[in-house]
Design a binder for this molecule. Structure first.
Ligand code: LLP
Length: 386
């Protein structure tokens, strides 16, 4: 929801830009942190969702760790002040260079995604006379009931080690002098809105934890990943129900006294705290369709083009819902469309348009295709001090 002051501030700025509501971000983080603390759960923020410096600073202040998927993210987390012993490194294709860097930094642990990767980390740690802490990322074959492009925990997905390879993983762990097994890791997908899916995940986590403990391993960490969705149709409802989410894990996981439960939330923490603010370049009224051409496109926000993702679109300059428009960007691709048949007030050149709920996988997925300018950001602090 934008105040008159926000809109007046935006009208003096060049567009497009990402606007971050740092107050909402802070409230969201606090709600999550309070709920997690009630259950003694640990949260690592999934940095891939957004690594804007101002966003990261707020997340670090909350005391969360960082879940990283590249050497670049590990470096960014450390440079942003996240405690090294709260940095985890996941990813199906970690290069030797990235593994060596993370070993040098003594991060908390590697979430390992293949048998071969276990051996490579053992070899590289050996050359450095180090012991690498590892968690086994298990593909639990649990359907997350989300968009096929963001499902990760099914047999056909590339992520994690399959259940039938667990005996081989256990053999490698037993034979590897430079690996310390700390626990098991799962992540079944993103934008999960049916929380019952997590009950199924808990059943699998319990089975695998028991399996490893039966084999004589101590499973200290139960890392259940992230994936909690947000309501893209209610950008003003804003803070996800973290309490209901954590309660499922508290109710359905068999948590032993020596075990910690770790989460890797991305979207739910940052998604609602940002909007992409753009201006109307042109309005084209046709026989069959009316088009609004924005100065922002798929190069700034790729989700609609890539996953047909819905983002609420608002005209900040006009009132009343009168006309249906296809809202498109300037990029030379037909998929460069933010929404079809969107009901908006009658719209004019230079109107300000907000595309809502863009805090997660928005700015970080921007590209300079068509040699577009780099996207800039504006925060609620900038508005407050104006
Ligand atoms: N942990 C792992 C291992 C992951 O792969 C991911 C996301 C997360 C945690 C955080 O998931 P979240 O809580 O944000 O759902 N670009 C897509 C989403 C890709 C998610 C990739 N992995 C989108 O725009 O919807």
């Amino acid at each position: 929801m934008f105040s008159d002051k926000d809109i007046a501030h935006f009208s003096n700025l060049e567009t497009p830009f990402y606007y971050y509501d740092l107050n909402l971000l802070r409230d969201t983080l606090k709600t999550c942190s309070d709920a997690a603390n009630t259950y003694h759960f640990h949260v690592h923020y999934a940095m891939k969702a957004n690594f804007n410096d101002k966003v990261l600073a707020k997340i670090k202040e909350t005391g969360f760790g960082a879940d990283c998927v590249s050497g670049g993210e590990v470096r960014k987390a450390i440079e942003s002040g996240f405690a090294k012993n709260k940095v985890v490194f996941a990813g199906v294709g970690k290069s030797d260079k990235e593994i060596n860097y993370a070993l040098d930094q003594d991060i908390f642990c590697f979430n390992v995604e293949s048998l071969q990767e276990l051996q490579v980390i053992n070899d590289l740690a050996g050359k450095k006379q180090k012991i690498a802490k590892v968690a086994i990322r298990i593909n639990p074959n649990v359907d997350a009931h989300t968009h096929a492009n963001i499902t990760t925990g099914l047999d056909e997905n590339k992520f994690g080690i399959n259940s039938w390879d667990m005996p081989a993983a256990a053999d490698i762990l037993n034979a590897s002098a430079h690996l310390e097994f700390v626990g098991i890791h799962f992540h079944i997908g993103s934008q999960i809105t049916n929380l019952d899916v997590y009950k199924n995940l808990c059943v699998r986590v319990n089975e695998f934890a028991a399996w490893f403990e039966d084999k004589g391993f101590t499973v200290k960490i139960l890392n259940v990943g992230g994936g909690l969705g947000i309501d893209y149709h209610q950008p003003n409802a804003q803070i996800p129900d973290f309490e209901a989410y954590f309660r499922i894990f508290s109710d359905f996981l068999d948590i032993k006294p020596h075990q910690e439960v770790h989460f890797e939330l991305g979207r739910a923490l940052v998604g609602q705290s940002s909007s992409l603010i753009s201006r109307v370049l042109y309005v084209k009224n046709g026989k069959k369709k009316n088009f609004i051409v924005l100065d922002a496109g798929m190069t700034e926000l790729m989700r609609p083009a890539l996953y047909q993702a819905y983002h609420q679109i608002e005209n900040l300059s006009q009132k009343s819902n009168a006309v249906k428009y296809d809202v498109v960007g300037p990029i030379c691709e037909s998929t460069d469309c933010f929404g079809k048949e969107v009901a908006l007030p009658e719209t004019f050149r230079n109107d300000l348009i907000a595309i809502r709920s863009t805090g997660a996988y928005g700015e970080v997925m921007a590209s300079n295709y068509n040699l577009r300018d780099a996207i800039v950001t504006v925060t609620s602090d900038d508005v407050a001090s104006s």
